[in-house]
Design a protein around this ligand. Structure first.
Ligand code: GCB
Length: 578
């Protein structure tokens, strides 16, 4: 586990581009030692999922192999080499020049390994084996490509950036930064070195053009160094003014620069108190969306231009927030959130919406009580926190999505995992997205209540009036039981096929979706215990094949290629007024 740090100083070799690719349907690759190198005429582009790059790979789940030859300069010979993958999976194994380097489970968190046996001034070969076979033990669980506990397509591949990085033997391993709107700054610096080092810490403006504060500490022993101080004259980070700074940390040994890393930070505080969420001691209302990382052909990789378009579209609609439903998003994605001032609810890949389709309730209770399973959940939570802990945009953690929290065993697991979040990072409140409404047994175990409602879509078909009435009745009851907890509606929405119109508004038409969203937002924004509204979903996204989906989940207010539906007009006017 590691925190990949930003650096101008560390040399990097990107491995993005075209790779050799081979599907291993009959699982012969291990036996035939493909890790040393294999023959194949197939090409694939990295990063991106494999599925949509070739219609023949589209429906494939299982083992596939990637291979690339790359050159490493001679001048890097005396450095330590690391391989970094920011997201691949579901299970990944890596070899360089035939030597095993490491393996990782989980598609949505970064991982990093030392690479030994590199040949400098020569070509080297990397082979990556990906296995995305469905399993009930996976996070999130599935038993088939089209039978999963989650309502999004189970892509496979190297979805996110992959590169080699080089450091000195004396390097900075991790930075943990707490920065509040009053200028207080705490930095935990983990440095690995044989000898004591001198640490130089500089707080720079966002564009690095000037240094606001500088500290030099001499003779710092290997391990953790804690800096605490107060910086005067900083501008806080907020959704209205997302002021960012860079905290640069450099380590020197005998006057020689050994490492230089930085993190982009914002000074802000988060607090939940008396039924409200406060950012910098001011109450906020979260307006926004549940999103997905899903795009035609790229699969589970949202390319830069799409991210830019998304953030401008979200801003224009009047949104200030989103949840990383249902897995931690890429660094590029969350960098944009820091930059554009979005308030992010960060969610690990613990998604159980359709769990009762793949397991009976007794087996679900057993799974959630299983120590090994909980340890696995904790591992991915720890990886996620470590990767994104320094982001000002991340203001809250969602423990999971739509667990069977009307069962005591599941409620107990939520309690344990929520406490684990708070232990690792006491600076951010917790929540989880519940669809159990008044039957939920776990709402007390988190700081903020999050509810998903589809009354008027999955029930009360075609009757938005009745749906809204039923939803409000449940909501009032939940508020009565938990009068001091703020409530966010983390999901509400209706499918609409772009271009399908109907008067009167009927299900699946753009008019029905627009009316559904209008009625929900109007009713919910009147309740003062509601502190956030996230429409499901920002854009249409690909799902497993089922009779209730038309290849895509169509609840996007934008189509999959980011064209607006009718609901955008009404949503913009409502959000911009809130
Ligand atoms: C939910 C899930 C989400 C689904 C959505 C739907 O409750 O959290 O993953 O996509 O409903 O459209 O059914």
């Amino acid at each position: 586990m590691f925190k990949e740090l930003k650096s101008w100083f560390r040399p990097k070799t990107s491995l993005e581009g075209f790779w050799k690719f081979k599907i291993d349907k009959d699982l012969i690759g291990d036996r035939e030692e493909w890790f040393k190198g294999f023959e194949s005429k197939d090409l694939i582009y990295v990063p991106s999922s494999w599925n949509e790059q070739n219609p023949e790979w589209d429906q494939f789940t299982g083992v596939a192999w990637y291979q690339k030859d790359f050159y490493i300069q001679k001048e890097l010979e005396d450095k330590l080499a690391w391989i970094i993958l920011e997201g691949a999976g579901y299970k990944t194994k890596i070899w360089v020049n035939g030597n095993f380097v490491g393996e990782h489970e989980g598609s949505f968190t970064s991982f990093k390994y030392r690479v030994n046996g590199l040949r400098f001034g020569e070509f080297n070969r990397i082979v990556v084996r990906i296995d995305n076979s469905p399993s009930i033990w996976n996070l999130p669980p599935s038993i088939d490509l089209n039978v999963s506990a989650f309502d999004f397509f189970h892509y496979g591949g190297i979805h996110r950036p992959i590169y080699l990085e080089f450091t000195d033997e004396c390097y900075i391993e991790d930075l943990t930064i707490y920065a509040s709107e009053d200028g207080s700054l705490k930095a935990l610096i983990d440095n690995v070195c044989e000898e004591p080092v001198d640490l130089k810490m500089s707080l720079a403006t966002k564009d690095f053009s000037s240094i606001i504060h500088e500290e030099i500490v001499s003779g710092v022993k290997p391990g953790r160094y804690v800096y605490e101080g107060k910086i005067s004259g900083i501008k806080p980070w907020s959704p209205e003014e997302p002021n960012l700074y860079n905290l640069i940390v450099e380590s020197y040994s005998n006057g020689e620069l050994k490492d230089s890393v930085y993190e982009r930070i914002g000074f802000r505080s988060v607090k939940v108190d008396g039924g409200k969420i406060y950012i910098n001691n001011k109450p906020v209302f979260l307006k926004g969306f549940g999103r997905h990382e899903d795009y035609p052909i790229f699969g589970k990789n949202l390319p830069g231009p799409v991210l830019i378009r998304d953030f401008y579209l979200m801003k224009k609609v009047g949104a200030n927030s989103f949840r990383t439903s249902h897995y931690p998003y890429s660094n590029m994605h969350l960098d944009m959130a820091d930059e554009f001032g979005f308030l992010v609810i960060l969610e690990p890949p613990l998604c159980y919406s359709g769990m009762e389709r793949i397991a009976d309730r007794e087996s679900i209770a057993k799974l959630f009580s299983n120590e090994k399973y909980l340890a696995k959940a904790k591992k991915v939570i720890a990886e996620m926190i470590r990767e994104h802990k320094n982001r000002p945009s991340v203001i809250m953690y969602s423990v999971m999505n739509e667990p069977q929290s009307d069962m005591p065993e599941v409620a107990e697991a939520i309690k344990e995992l929520s406490a684990y979040f708070s232990k690792l990072d006491p600076s951010r409140p917790t929540t989880f997205a519940s669809n159990r409404s008044v039957k939920d047994l776990a709402l007390n175990h988190v700081d903020v209540i999050s509810l998903n409602f589809y009354r008027g879509w999955y029930s009360e078909w075609g009757k938005i009036d009745e749906g809204v009435k039923a939803m409000l009745a449940d909501l009032e009851e939940i508020h009565k039981r938990h009068p001091n907890k703020p409530i966010i509606i983390t999901e509400f929405g209706a499918d609409a096929i772009l271009g399908l119109h109907s008067e009167p508004p009927q299900m699946w038409s753009e008019e029905y979706q627009a009316e559904f969203i209008r009625r929900y937002v109007e009713a919910l924004s009147k309740k003062d215990y509601i502190v956030g509204l996230h429409v499901w979903n920002f854009a249409d996204f690909r799902t497993p094949q089922t009779p209730w989906r038309t290849i895509l989940n169509r609840k996007g207010v934008f189509s999959r290629d980011r064209q607006p539906k009718l609901s955008i007009v009404i949503l913009s006017s409502l959000f911009n007024k809130l």
